[in-house]
Ligand binder design. Structure first.
Ligand code: BF8
Length: 680
């Protein structure tokens, strides 16, 4: 065969490569839809992941493209020697592999922190307009939470009148909270106020290290400056800024987003629902909500329930309207309204392939551009709604959403979905899989379920950690990644943790994966948990995996950890608590920002799949080892799910030992025979 023919053959083979559904995902519903897509000749991200391999240099963090002399690829030599690393590998400007990897890493933090925080800013703007009563669609719903967060933003909730403290007008407080919150993004003096919600010891450590954020935007901008060619060329100093920006995300932009959403739309409390593609209904108008901000989708929930809208759907031949969600908008609506989860990040194309989605409405973040191409193969209307997130494909409808005419926009969208119901052209094929779930947990509901009878605190949770029934806490979060088998890491790691008595707090796509695997029900405790955790869950009636929301709601995990410290008995700082973090299938910059604010808050945090630091071993060692000495928390990477879980458990045990509570657990978990032997 001639050389040319060989090349052509290779190209053809490559083009014909398609994903093996079973290798691509553990979820039978997704396997069925990948097969269906291949039958219909519709390409999905699973096929593209097979066709396109990742660049080995970029994925290990050592490609610098911050100026036009490059990209400089600082490949790791086979005979790598850490001692001479900076002299043997250099970019054209002389940047070392450590500098390049650190720059790339903190630019990822900047991207993630910007995404979360800009989401938070959007919420703060709507919040202020609701507080000022400039919109009819939004109202302050949860005044209890408003009064709780006001002092943290330096807004007094009482004033002195004639020598007596009296309550301030609630509307006045709301306006001031909105104004103060918005200032957090760009105030010229002071520091991010919520940093003081961390345990005192943590805040003082941040002060000492010089990483308390000044304002949210400034820390992100400074990363872009420092990583410009010829500015900061010390990986430790670069990471100091990365740390400050990550704290500005977790304890700033994300936490404000969560709090203000709770005040506007209600703090979540446990409720039941369902998860997976099987929530779509053939005889209903299916409207799928996808993205991250609940601002618009909250209005869609209101409109879709109006009797005249339901009647309109019936007039088109449907039995009703089925709302469901993908990604974190889904988590937001689930938490507050019980709207079912249609799927994770990697299932967005698959939902459309059912042929049953009459409209998919998207806002911001984690929306694959290919959903427009998939929608084009079906009758599905794809609607973008945000001025900063549009798509170039012509079949995409843009209905720009504005809080001043929110209900009108929402109605337009719901009617568009209804009008499209009669246009279904492909045979509808909805997988039957869906799992029952209990979701809607948060700092407040954990306190309610696991608090003391007489003391409204985390007393009972702490007590059960101290006595060893609960070994520790795992915060398992983050994305799906088409480079690894969909949901396998998520589910295996969480199962291994609860089997070993580690209670799990989950958010984002991990929460959806756990939901699909049936881990979000109180009944799952009996099936999957170790004896200690099972006993606690069965007594209190909670699932062993607590869904605490979307990715911005990782701030709830930080605050829950702070509450554990406050309740006493488990040290003075988050780094003392038997807790570990994990993102088994991460892929987004937001995940890196989350990972780093977990680490900066004192949490040992393990990522799966890959981490863009492995090409710079010295920098990697700084994050994986030296960071623990500085912040009490550090990064790790473990691809194997069981080993991943056991690294977390080993860290939890290390913390138990340091607290002197390691023996208690052994006593609690002794079975009857052991006890009798002891008594004899
Ligand atoms: O913010 S977990 S894939 S959906 S980035 Fe995206 Fe990752 Fe899912 Fe929510 Ni978070």
């Amino acid at each position: 065969m001639s050389e040319e023919k060989k090349i052509v053959k290779k190209v053809v083979e490559k083009a014909e490569k398609a994903a093996d559904p079973v290798a691509a995902t553990i979820d039978p519903a997704s396997q069925q839809m990948i097969r269906r897509a291949q039958e219909l000749n519709v390409e999905t991200c699973f096929d593209r992941a097979v066709k396109m391999k990742p660049c080995n240099i970029g994925s290990t963090g050592i490609c610098c493209k911050n100026c036009s002399m490059g990209p400089c690829r600082l490949t790791l030599p086979k005979d790598y020697d850490e001692a001479t690393d900076h002299t043997t590998r250099k970019g054209i400007c002389g940047a070392s592999a450590n500098t390049v990897a650190a720059r790339n890493f903190i630019r990822m933090i900047a991207g993630g922190a910007a995404a979360h925080s800009d989401h938070g800013r959007g919420v703060a703007e709507v919040f202020l307009s609701a507080a000022r009563k400039e919109t009819d669609a939004y109202r302050i719903k949860d005044t209890r939470k408003l009064l709780e967060i006001a002092p943290a933003l330096d807004v007094p909730i009482q004033v002195e009148v004639d020598g007596k403290m009296v309550d301030r007008d609630i509307d006045e407080i709301a306006v001031e909270v909105g104004e103060k919150a918005i200032e957090e993004w760009g105030k010229p003096h002071g520091e991010v106020l919520y940093a003081k919600r961390a345990p005192k010891a943590r805040y003082e450590l941040w002060k000492k290290m010089g990483v308390v954020p000044r304002n949210i935007d400034r820390e992100i901008v400074e990363i872009m400056h420092r990583t410009h060619i010829g500015v900061d060329q010390d990986y430790k100093n670069l990471m100091k800024q990365g740390t400050r920006a990550a704290i500005a995300d977790g304890w700033g932009g994300s936490m404000l987003a969560t709090d203000l959403q709770d005040v506007l739309f209600g703090t979540p409390y446990p409720l039941s629902s369902e998860a997976n593609l099987g929530v779509l209904r053939e005889d209903h108008v299916n409207l799928v909500i996808h993205g991250h901000e609940p601002i618009l989708s909250e209005m869609i929930v209101v409109v879709a329930q109006r009797p005249e809208i339901v009647e309109y759907a019936k007039s088109k031949g449907a039995k009703g309207i089925q709302l469901s969600g993908i990604c974190c908008t889904a988590n937001e609506l689930l938490q507050r309204h019980g709207v079912p989860l249609c799927g994770t990040f990697l299932q967005q194309e698959l939902a459309i392939i059912t042929g049953a989605v009459d409209a998919m409405v998207v806002d911001i973040q984690c929306i694959m551009q290919n959903v427009a191409n998939v929608a084009n193969c079906f009758h599905t209307k794809l609607i973008t709604t945000h001025p900063i997130a549009r798509m170039e494909q012509e079949n995409v409808v843009h209905i720009e959403f504005d809080e001043h005419h929110a209900l009108e926009d929402a109605e337009k969208i719901v009617r568009l979905a209804i009008d499209n119901y009669p246009n279904r052209r492909n045979e509808v094929m909805i997988p039957k899989q869906k799992s029952p779930i209990v979701a809607g947990f948060g700092v407040e509901s954990i306190e309610y379920h696991l608090g003391g009878t007489f003391r409204g605190s985390y007393y009972t949770l702490n007590d059960n950690i101290i006595n060893g029934r609960i070994r520790g806490i795992g915060g398992v979060v983050g994305c799906n990644n088409a480079r690894t088998r969909h949901n396998e890491g998520h589910v295996e790691i969480v199962k291994e943790l609860i089997k070993n008595d580690v209670i799990v707090l989950t958010t984002g796509c991990n929460a959806i994966a756990c939901a699909m695997a049936g881990l979000l029900t109180p009944e799952s405790a009996k099936v999957y948990c170790g004896p200690g955790l099972a006993e606690v869950c069965e007594t209190v009636g909670i699932p062993p995996v607590l869904h605490v929301g979307s990715c911005v709601d990782n701030s709830r995990i930080l605050l829950a950890a702070a509450e554990v410290v406050k309740a006493g008995g488990l040290g003075n700082d988050i780094s003392d608590v038997p807790v570990a973090g994990s993102a088994p299938e991460w892929m987004s910059e937001k995940a890196i920002s989350i990972g780093h604010y977990f680490v900066a808050s004192g949490v040992y945090t393990v990522f799966g799949v890959t981490l863009p630091v492995t090409g710079a071993p010295k920098f990697q060692r700084y994050l994986f080892e030296e960071f623990e000495k500085l912040y009490g928390g550090m990064w790790d990477l473990e691809v194997d799910p069981i080993a991943h879980a056991h690294k977390m458990i080993a860290h939890i045990d290390k913390k138990r030992k340091a607290l002197g509570i390691d023996k208690a657990r052994e006593r609690v978990l002794m079975d009857m025979a052991d006890r009798q032997r002891l008594e004899a």
